[in-house]
Design a protein around this ligand. Structure first.
Ligand code: SF4
Length: 309
């Protein structure tokens, strides 16, 4: 099998920073125990499990807000995730007398600041993002009057009366321009002259660029978590815009051998929160895979959970 290892891939600076904060708290006994993470420190289940093995409790409750998750914490150290956190949750942690660490990525901070600045300047803010993702949750908590848009349908529903206001549009850091373009076209027709600040982060952009510029292959595998927005976008860009069949897998164990039948080339990339050891295991499996030799078909992961960190 011809395997193309797309670069760059793997951890971005925001993920590295978040992981370093959790490791620091684990190592340093002066941080009160238990150690909680409000959500998943980054969207990767293997990382969550690896930290769990070190005693870290990730309060990842689907459907619950960060504020609701915090209700169950009465002591110890609480770590806010790379996706950002609202001022209200930070205040609540202080009120509860908790020790807290904030692992918000600096690229996410930048969006918070841009939104706050523009609100102060009298703009009406429209924010493009994904529902039920913690990054928009923290942004929308800045002001109840921020308009949230996920897709064209939401954009069409925005009140036309806003056309008389100063409009500022920005977005979640891990989207793709393919998501945003169609929404922007609608906003342009409704609110000509709006101000747009593209906040797709550099890590997301360069990984998507590598997918766009790759040579034609029969299949692309994106190693990343189902919850990881930037990983999903890599598969989306490969599938919808490069017309390459693209699969998102958590690790080598998720490969369906039927995908490899009759193909000769596969590219591999990974999301910004995927451990490199997990991606390397996928690449090594594919390199030795031979459709006609069953001894090469074993695709169980042999990684120990502690190898992940
Ligand atoms: S993907 Fe971008 S915004 Fe998210 S943690 Fe990485 S650098 Fe920060």
């Amino acid at each position: 099998m011809h395997v193309i290892d797309l670069t760059p891939r793997g951890y971005c600076h925001g993920v590295l920073n978040a992981l370093a904060i959790v490791k620091k708290v684990i190592k340093n006994e002066s941080y009160p125990r238990p150690i909680y993470v409000l959500g998943q420190i980054v969207h990767n289940q293997k990382i969550t499990e690896a930290f769990k093995a070190h005693g870290v409790i990730s309060l990842d409750a689907p459907g619950k807000t960060r504020m609701e998750m915090l209700e169950s914490v009465d002591s110890g150290t609480v770590i806010f995730t790379a996706h950002g956190i609202s001022d209200q949750v930070i205040e609540k942690a202080k009120e509860k007398g908790l020790t807290y660490m904030n692992a918000t990525c600096r690229d996410v901070y930048k969006v918070h600041k841009a939104v706050k600045d523009k609100l102060q300047e009298g703009y009406t803010v429209i924010y493009i993002g994904h529902r039920n993702h913690p990054e928009p949750e923290a942004i929308l908590a800045i002001d109840p009057n921020i308009y949230f848009v996920e897709d064209e349908k939401d954009a069409l529903m925005l009140p036309i009366e806003l056309k008389d206001e100063k409009i500022f549009v920005t977005n979640q850091t891990t989207l793709s321009m393919y998501d945003i373009d169609s929404v922007l076209k609608i906003l342009e027709s409704k609110y000509p002259g709006y101000l747009f600040d593209n906040e797709i982060c550099n890590a997301t952009t360069v990984r998507q660029d590598a997918v766009i510029k790759q040579e034609k292959v029969d299949l692309m595998l994106v190693v990343g978590d189902q919850k990881s927005s930037n990983s999903n976008k890599l598969a989306f860009v490969g599938e919808k815009h490069q017309q390459i069949p693209s699969k998102l897998i958590g690790g080598v164990e998720d490969i369906d051998l039927s995908w490899l039948k009759g193909i000769t080339s596969v590219s591999v990339t990974s999301g910004a929160s995927t451990p490199t050891v997990v991606t390397n295991e996928v690449i090594e499996f594919l390199k030795q895979y031979n459709e006609n030799d069953p001894t090469t078909w074993d695709h169980q992961s042999h990684l120990d959970i502690l190898d992940i960190l």
